[in-house]
Design a protein around this ligand. Structure first.
Ligand SMILES: Cc1cc2nc3c(=O)[nH]c(=O)nc-3n(C[C@H](O)[C@H](O)[C@H](O)COP(=O)(O)OP(=O)(O)OC[C@H]3O[C@@H](n4cnc5c(N)ncnc54)[C@H](O)[C@@H]3O)c2cc1C
Length: 593
């Protein structure tokens, strides 16, 4: 039963079906004016691959109309069908929305959609669209080998061959006399999920990982680390974490899960293998890549595609410090291993107040060091709870209620520009709830901001993957002055055992940790593939002029080159589109760039 005055479930269904019918008829007749009239003036249409093999966000009626004119004729769309039951929701200034999933087809793909209609649900007119997401869910003829499509091997076939599953797995992993279609660089969660998606489309894939064991990237991090977001949003594609797992996953548990995932999903991973570099041959449409492999030798391979999944830790950003050569203590970047360093009773200066700066300061404090943090510019600090969780409220609300795949889709239906608008008021509410924490920090001189346009930490994450800290304890230590703070100054120079600051003060020092971040990922591309490829690909991450994350998971301007990375939901959701793009290319369906 709905609330008094609210339409019944049957009426909601009728509104949704009528809307879908009118929408599909207008598209079928190529009557884009009619489609435009069904849109709110402030509408967003996000499309993931169905109409242009790209990720697109259109904002406003004019953009939608000209995009439809340009792209819709190429593929068409038909067979629109309501999926499940419509629901009443709310978003931003729209306190009542009618939301529902639908399915459709194009010439080459099956698609799924999610729409939010706004306006008076009791009116008899067609409700305008505030947001619509259309996304490719399957390439026709190439379904994922999951569920009812799972591999079926006749148990009696075993009597006709000596090879069993294990033999075939070992042979597949070796790539002895053949090359994979795809090489994924990095076996973090992004690389592994991309490989898992490709595996389900029967694309031969090798993941190369420089560490000794899959998951070492997490094992090497500080001892007390737990993931910063709750488990409900961190699940892996195809293999959600067990129901028994804790809300915040400890890093070693996650590291072991990465290994288990690779094994269970039958991924071909070569550890102790470093991707050294590669060149693209445009005439052959293949890469030539060089790997240094576990036995100390090298191997050259010729894959059609490369997915770079090396995380943010591409090339460390190192500030130039006067006197560093004369410094008698230890200097290391936050990406370097600091676990083995004996810091008990040592004076440690951590330069940088981002997430790694805080994490390392906290870790070293717990290991008995006398830690000072040096903060150059303001950052956004958010409590883990109650504030940071509000950014992914949808996952928390739907845990155990809706299938994760539906929640992911609903989340993807909110374009980044709309997220920006929503995070203005939300981040101010967060700051209000965190008043005590933020006041405490201000009192000890910590420099705070709420983002360049007052949109808080989440937009900083989307724009820069930096400039914020979710408080997992270091802020409390700073407030209690157990971690000391120097803000608004910089290191003027180093002497053999001291840092001299720009205000003339100094600090005796044994260890200097540079938590100064990383160069943009484009520089990691440059280091691995050279200037031409890096310049062609362009900047990676951050919201581009088309309203989408730049060069993430989608096609880049470099043929055969993709980038995977970011958080767990991004890897889980967007890896499927990278995999479909690659499959489409291998099957000759993808138009060339
Ligand atoms: C403390 C902390 C808590 C976090 N909590 C969350 C959370 O709750 N939810 C969330 O979504 N995100 C969280 N994140 C962010 C994010 O999920 C991680 O940063 C994640 O590790 C990114 O995964 P990735 O696969 O892109 O990169 P990485 O995990 O960095 O993996 C990259 C891999 O590439 C390998 N590699 C690099 N170069 C080469 C080369 N040349 N050849 C071969 N291998 C190479 C590396 O060894 C590494 O294994 C957290 C991050 C931190 C630090």
């Amino acid at each position: 039963m709905g609330k008094p005055g609210e339409p019944s479930a049957a009426e909601l269904r009728r509104i949704a079906e009528n809307w879908l019918w009118a929408f599909s008829e207008a598209l079928k007749e190529r009557e884009y004016d009619r489609v435009a009239r069904m849109m709110h003036t402030d509408c967003y249409w996000r499309d993931l691959l169905t109409f242009s093999w790209d990720f697109k966000t259109l904002h406003g009626i004019d953009e939608v109309k000209s995009w439809l004119l340009k792209t819709f004729d190429l593929v068409g769309a038909y067979g629109f069908c309501l999926q499940g039951e419509p629901a009443i929701g709310a978003i931003g200034e729209h306190s009542e929305t009618l939301e529902f999933f639908f399915s459709f087809e194009t010439r080459i793909a099956l698609g799924r959609g999610y729409v939010r209609l706004v306006g008076d649900l009791n009116s008899c007119g067609t409700l305008p669209v505030f947001t619509i997401l259309t996304a490719m869910s399957e390439l026709k003829g190439f379904p994922e080998a999951i569920g009812r499509n799972r591999p079926r091997e006749d148990p009696r076939a075993a009597s006709r061959t000596l090879d069993n599953w294990l033999d075939r797995r070992q042979a597949a992993r070796e790539f002895r006399h053949r090359d994979p279609d795809v090489i994924v660089i990095g076996a973090g969660q992004s690389g592994l999920m991309a490989a898992a998606r490709l595996g389900q489309l029967n694309v031969s894939t090798l993941v190369v990982e420089k560490s000794e064991r899959i998951g070492d990237v997490w094992r090497r991090r500080y001892r007390s680390l737990k993931l910063h977001n709750e488990i409900c949003m961190n699940h892996f594609a195809y293999m959600p974490f067990p129901d028994t797992w804790p809300v915040y996953i400890p890093k070693d548990k996650l590291a072991d899960w990465l290994e288990l995932y690779a094994q269970s999903m039958e991924l071909n991973v070569w550890t102790k293998t470093v991707f050294l570099g590669g060149e693209y041959d445009r005439s052959e449409r293949r890469w030539t890549v060089r790997l240094s492999v576990a036995d100390g030798g090298t191997r050259t391979m010729r894959p059609r595609h490369v997915i770079m999944a090396v995380g943010v830790s591409g090339v460390p950003s190192m500030p130039e410090l006067k006197g560093v050569d004369a410094f008698g203590g230890t200097v290391l970047h936050s990406s370097g291993q600091s676990d083995d360093l004996d810091v008990k009773d040592k004076s440690v200066l951590v330069v940088g107040a981002g997430t790694s700066g805080h994490d390392i300061a906290q870790d070293m404090h717990m290991r008995g060091a006398d830690v000072t943090m040096l903060q150059r510019s303001p950052i956004t600090v958010v409590s883990l709870e109650p504030s940071s969780v509000r950014a992914y409220e949808m996952y928390r609300k739907n845990e155990g209620v809706r299938p994760l795949i539906d929640t992911d889709f609903i989340v993807a239906s909110v374009p980044y520009d709309l997220l920006r608008r929503l995070h203005g008021p939300l981040s101010r509410e967060m700051a209000h709830e965190d008043k005590d924490l933020l006041d405490g920090l201000r009192k000890v001189g910590f420099l705070l901001d709420n983002g360049e346009d007052d949109t808080g930490y989440f937009l900083k994450l989307l724009r820069y993957q930096a400039g914020y800290y979710l408080n997992v304890g270091a802020s409390d230590l700073i407030i209690e002055q157990k971690i000391k703070l120097r803000s608004g100054v910089r290191i003027e120079r180093l002497t053999s055992r001291k840092a001299i600051f720009s205000d003339g003060s100094s600090l005796g020092l044994d260890v200097l940790v540079l938590a100064t971040g990383y160069q943009p990922l484009q520089e990691a591309v440059r280091a691995m593939f050279g200037d031409e490829v890096a310049d062609r690909v362009g900047p990676i991450w951050g919201i581009g002029s088309d309203g989408e994350l730049r060069n993430m998971y989608a096609r880049t301007r470099q043929e055969g080159f993709f980038v995977a990375g970011g958080g767990f939901p991004a890897a889980r959701v967007y890896s499927q589109y990278t995999a479909m793009l690659i499959k489409a290319d291998l099957e000759g369906l993808l138009p060339s760039l």
